[in-house]
Design a protein around this ligand. Structure first.
Ligand code: C8R
Length: 261
C-alpha cells in the first residue's frame, strides 16, 4: 500500500458536483437578490458563496453536519409572511408551478437558500480542497449524512421553524403513501412547526389526472393527522384542490375532471 498513489477522488455511486457549481451559486444569488426579490439586495452574495463552499470543501462528504451549514443558514435568513408557507412531498413540480402563479406563496425554493441550491449536486473530499466533479455519495453508499441530504434537512428545518399562520402542503395522492414519515416533510418539517405559531395545516392531496383513487382516507394520512393532533395543530385535508387541479388540466384539457361539473 505504501507508495501506491492515492486515487485523487473516491469513487461514489452518485453523480458528481454539478459543473460550474460555485459560479451557479453566485449567479443564482445575484439573480435572486438583484432581480427577483429586491428586498434582499443587501445580501452579500460573495460571502454566501464562500459560506456554501466552506460547508463541504476539505470535508468527508459522508460526515456532513448541521453545524457545517450554520454560517450559510445565518447569511440567508429571510422571512416568509404568516400564512404563506407551502410545503410539498413527492409533488415538487406541481407545487412549484402553483407558487409561480401564486406569487404570494412560498416554497423553500422560493426563498434565497432553496433557490440557490435547487437541483444541484455538490461534494468535496476530506483529503483535498478540490470540488469533486467526478462523483458524490448517496444513501446507497451507506452515507446517510451526505453533503446534500444534510443541507436539505437543515434548510427544511429552518424553513418549518420560521413558519407562522396556517400552512399548506401539497401531497401526491397517486403513490401508496401520500404521507411518508421518512420524507423530509414527514421526518423534519412537521416536527419543527411551532404549534404556538401554526394553528392549522391544510393538506391538498392531488391525484394524477385519470387516477380515480381516494386519498384523504389513505391510512398514511391518519398518521399525519395523529402526529399533528399530538402537537396541537389542527389538520384539514382536501382532495384534488381545484386551483391545483386546473394546473394539471393544462396538460389534459379534455379529461372529464377538467370540465365544470
Ligand atoms: N425540501 C426537501 N428536499 C428538497 C427541496 C426542498 O425544498 N428542494 C429540493 N430540490 N429537494 P421529496 P420530501 C431535493 O421526496 O422529502 C423541503 C432533495 O434532494 O419529493 O418530502 C421542502 O420544504 C430531497 O432529497 O420530498 C418540502 O416541503 C428531494 O428533493 C419538503 O422538504 C426531496 O423530494 C420536501 O421533501
Amino acid at each position: 500500500l505504501l507508495g501506491r498513489p492515492k486515487p485523487k477522488h473516491k469513487e461514489w455511486d452518485g453523480k458528481g458536483t454539478t459543473p460550474y457549481f460555485p459560479e451557479i451559486i453566485l449567479g443564482r444569488c445575484y439573480a435572486f437578490t438583484e432581480i427577483r426579490q429586491l428586498e434582499l439586495r443587501h445580501k452579500d452574495c460573495q460571502k454566501i458563496r464562500k459560506a456554501f463552499m466552506d460547508a463541504f470543501i476539505s470535508k468527508d462528504p459522508c460526515s456532513s453536519t448541521k453545524q457545517d451549514y450554520q454560517p450559510l443558514i445565518e447569511l440567508t435568513n429571510e422571512t416568509v409572511p404568516c400564512g404563506k408557507t407551502l410545503f410539498w412531498s413527492k409533488s415538487s413540480e406541481l407545487a412549484h408551478q402553483y407558487t409561480r402563479v401564486r406569487q404570494d406563496l412560498f416554497t423553500l425554493e422560493d426563498t434565497l437558500l432553496g433557490y440557490i441550491a435547487d437541483g444541484l449536486r455538490w461534494c468535496g473530499d476530506a483529503g483535498s480542497s478540490e470540488i469533486n466533479y467526478g462523483s458524490c455519495p448517496e444513501r446507497g453508499d451507506q452515507c446517510i449524512n451526505n453533503t446534500m441530504s444534510v443541507f436539505w434537512d437543515t434548510a427544511s428545518k429552518r424553513f418549518a421553524e420560521n413558519a407562522c399562520g396556517a400552512v399548506q402542503v401539497v401531497l401526491n395522492g397517486s403513490i401508496s403513501d401520500p404521507f411518508d414519515k421518512n420524507s423530509t416533510f414527514g421526518r423534519v418539517e412537521i416536527h419543527n412547526l411551532r404549534s404556538e405559531e401554526v394553528p392549522t395545516l391544510q393538506a391538498w392531496v392531488m391525484h394524477d389526472i385519470g387516477d380515480p383513487s381516494a386519498s384523504c382516507s389513505n391510512p398514511s394520512i391518519d398518521d399525519l393527522k395523529s402526529i399533528l393532533s399530538n402537537r396541537n395543530i389542527k389538520f384539514t385535508c382536501q382532495e384534488n384542490y381545484r386551483p391545483l387541479r386546473l394546473l394539471q388540466c393544462v396538460q389534459y384539457p379534455e379529461d372529464s375532471s377538467c370540465s365544470i361539473q
